[in-house]
Design a protein around this ligand. Structure first.
Ligand code: SAM
Ligand code: SF4
Length: 328
């Protein structure tokens, strides 16, 4: 079993396969996009496979593919097929914006992908455009329908933005009445590829919950799954659940079981750190698997205790990078 210097089990890898995206969600990147990485700066599929295979041998049991938008990278499906065959990997899953995903659902199901996380910040077509600068609302809804038809478990992610989609909180919660999905609300974090600090921020997990409680006073807390980053709730009589992720408040760090690897191949042992090891460079420098494993272990054994400590360690580089360069 892989554990860090704080005794936390490490068994989950989030692998961001590209920084590119076909949406421009305003909480994630500026409308004009960011300085996209050159292809040679990205980890190749082969490098990603070597990395995953090493980490699975070390104790990683679950891999989530994310980005950017995973499906804008060419040849993603053959890569997923290879990953799905990794000995020892118990769960392969992904986070997608749903724009290109619907036609791929049958093949994802065949590869053994049982659940998908899908970004959905509003149920209103105009607000979808205002938030993401792209007219792709229908494609996203089709992904939801297709995934449910194929029995794929769905969790939606809504980033709660003051003045932009708080009026969507209750309509999103209402989805759980008839649909067996987990509707999750995420505190907005300053990973937006632009201004580093908020002048004003009020939609924390408490305010989100209180807003839901006003409409649904009978909402009940349910048991959170091990390592869950969400506080989970259920409204009696509804088919789905509601989750709230205190991503900016950072109240879940005590059980954090995850590593992240960016599209450039940088290992992050905390979402809020500045990157702690360049895996791609180690491979391109020709280090052996044993040498890379040792360097990985050193970093896992010197993890920050929590996101606040990791952020403090960044010194003069405050959090401001686009989430599409990290993967969420
Ligand atoms: N493109 C895919 C998607 O949107 O689902 C995967 C990548 S996206 C960076 C992963 C997750 O990060 C999404 O659920 C998105 O809502 C979340 N995210 C992006 N920027 C964020 C921010 N500034 N604060 C909180 N969550 C953010
Ligand atoms: Fe793209 Fe996802 Fe970022 Fe939206 S949150 S811009 S879909 S990477």
């Amino acid at each position: 079993m892989l554990t860090d210097n704080h005794g936390r089990k490490i068994n989950y890898l989030r692998l961001a396969v590209t920084d590119r995206c076909n949406l421009r969600c305003s909480y994630c990147m500026p409308e004009e996009g960011i300085n996209w990485l050159d292809r040679k700066e990205l980890m190749s599929y082969e490098e990603m496979l070597v990395t995953c295979s090493l980490l699975v041998k070390m104790g990683i049991e679950k891999i989530r593919i994310t980005g950017g938008e995973p499906f804008v990278r060419k040849d993603m499906m053959p890569f997923l097929e290879q990953l799905s065959q990794l000995q020892g990997l118990k769960e392969l899953t992904l986070t997608t914006n749903g724009v290109l995903t619907a036609p791929l659902i049958p093949e994802l199901k065949r590869l053994g992908i049982r659940s998908i996380n899908l970004s959905l910040d509003t149920l209103d077509r105009n607000r979808f455009f205002a938030i993401s600068f792209r007219d792709e609302f229908d494609a996203v809804l089709e992904t939801i329908d297709t995934a449910l038809q194929h029995g794929i478990e769905l969790k939606t992610n809504t980033v709660v933005m003051d003045g932009k989609n708080t009026m969507d909180i209750i309509p999103m919660v209402n989805l759980t009445k008839d649909l067996p999905i987990s509707v999750r609300f995420i505190e907005e974090m300053p990973f937006n590829g632009g201004e580093a600090h908020y002048k004003h921020w009020e939609w924390n997990h408490v305010k989100i919950l209180n807003t839901i409680k006003e409409a649904y006073p009978g909402i009940e807390k349910i048991q959170d799954a091990a390592y869950s980053t969400a506080y989970n709730y259920h409204i009696p009589g509804h088919k789905g659940n509601v989750g709230i992720i205190a991503a900016y408040t950072r109240s879940f760090c005590g059980t954090c079981n995850r590593l992240r690897i960016t599209p450039e191949g940088i290992l992050k042992t905390c979402l809020y750190d500045n990157g702690v090891l360049n895996m791609k460079q180690l491979m391109r420098d020709g280090l052996s698997a044993e040498e890379i494993e040792q360097q990985l272990l050193n970093k896992i054994k010197s993890r920050a205790a929590n996101g606040h400590e990791a952020e403090r360690n960044r010194l003069n580089n405050p959090v401001h990078e686009s989430m599409s360069t990290i993967g969420g």
